[in-house]
Design a protein around this ligand. Sequence first.
Ligand SMILES: Nc1nc2c(ncn2[C@@H]2O[C@H](COP(=O)(O)OP(=O)(O)OP(=O)(O)O)[C@@H](O)[C@H]2O)c(=O)[nH]1
Length: 507
Amino acid sequence: MVLAELGKSINAALQKLSKAPVVDEALVDQILGEIAMALLKADVNAKFIKKLREDVKMEFKLCEEENINHQKLIQKAVVDGLTRMLESDRKPFQPKKGKQNVIMFVGLQGSGKTTTCTKYAYYYQKKGWKVALVCADTFRAGAFDQLKQNATKVRVPFYGSYTEADPVQIAQEGVNVFKKEAFEIIIVDTSGRHKQENDLFEEMKQVEAAVKPDDIVFVMDSSIGQACFDQALAFKKAVNVGSVIITKLDGHAKGGGALSAVAATESPIVFIGEGEHFDDLESFEASSFVRRLLGLGDINKLFQSVKDVVNMRDQPQLIQKLKEGKFSIRDLQTQFNSVLKLGSLNQFMSAIPGMGSSVLSKGNEKESIKRIQRFLCIMNSMTADELDGEGNLNFCRIVRIAKGSGTSIEEVHILLDEHKKLSKVVGNLAKTNLGGKRGNEFEQLKRNPQQMMQKMKGAIDPSMLQKLGGMDNVMNMMKQMGQMDGIQDLMKQMGGMGGMPGKAKRR
Ligand SMILES: Nc1nc2c(ncn2[C@@H]2O[C@H](COP(=O)(O)OP(=O)(O)OP(=O)(O)O)[C@@H](O)[C@H]2O)c(=O)[nH]1
């Protein structure tokens, strides 16, 4: 069961609450049973599931008599329970600027340790840190070459040896060299090992003693399932693990093992790996993760992605057009090009409440990107008039565009339909004037949620409202947006991105 399926199963169980005429203890027990089954299938440890059931049940009992929305209450209790499971009491290690932070990576063979070391190096290098890599893996033939190639690709200095067989010596020498050169983050990649390999565990302890790391990161492959707990525990017992990185969450991972790793190591998850590229590393925040898992959307992440990629000063014309409710095929083309700049399309899509069902998010990440690329091919085959028009193309033109782009007539129709839907959303949002001439109106509305709700209800197409997860979800988005800086700019951007299935950008 992949993570998205876990989210779907939990949601399906929760939906029953909203359909039931009466929410009583028996129904709650049945729903919790279904959620427990879904979590078990996703490799979540039975002990945690039991605790979650107890917590949710207690929450329900406390409020059973009250006249409140029980579906919301239980959904919140499930979200909170899962979030608590994924959080550790221990604060994640934060490297200190201007200091020499030594980070040692440990993990099982093939867990993605070497790849993750490089991702970690690249992540900090992009943020302006002086980063270096040391290869202390003398166990696996080719490990040094792999790290060397990776380091070269991301232009991070590296240290290793083809001749020296003692990993402890290499680790120590490498760390000393980079410390002298005032590198701020020195990453030590160690040999991968199995739990049973006592010699290698001993070696890991010696490397730890030699380089005295500021943090030890345990890298765990999310697909190893229920074995996670024991494996993580074995590493924790051997060395002072301080952080966890879960890899391969993009694949057919069950994900539940992540919970076990947190419990066994008593250490926080700091990042998750979601692909083989060096920028497929995402900093981890438990509540965002759970909200995305359950398809509830994560508006903070959405805006961060938008802020990361979209420089609004570069798009004044687009913003002006959006204010006026205009959205041409060329605008769609601009947005699709931005989508491809974002780290991950599906991550971005999952941050938009209710957007999981869009044509652009169907299938896996690669399929979605491919679909966008094909849409871009279609748009590249259009004339300037067609790009700047409103998308009312006659059949002859559609046939010509399909032929010219090497796609099909059906695909051109799908693109035009998507564009039509989006233009409608943009038009409706413009009608609300959320980013328009009377900019202060939004400020006033923000202070009056009831009035805001009425305005939004009238302005948004009912089917789009459903896509956005209903009025409550939209209001939640509003609330979250209200707490953010540059809210009006972001609202304008939502006009451009909004409703727009798949506005991710690839860096
Ligand atoms: N899909 C996916 N693949 C990953 C991810 N992280 C690593 N991989 C792949 O997993 C495989 C093993 O990764 P390595 O980095 O070589 O693993 P390792 O733990 O260093 O291996 P040892 O040196 O043998 O211990 C490679 O093919 C990586 O490209 C991820 O987040 N997602």
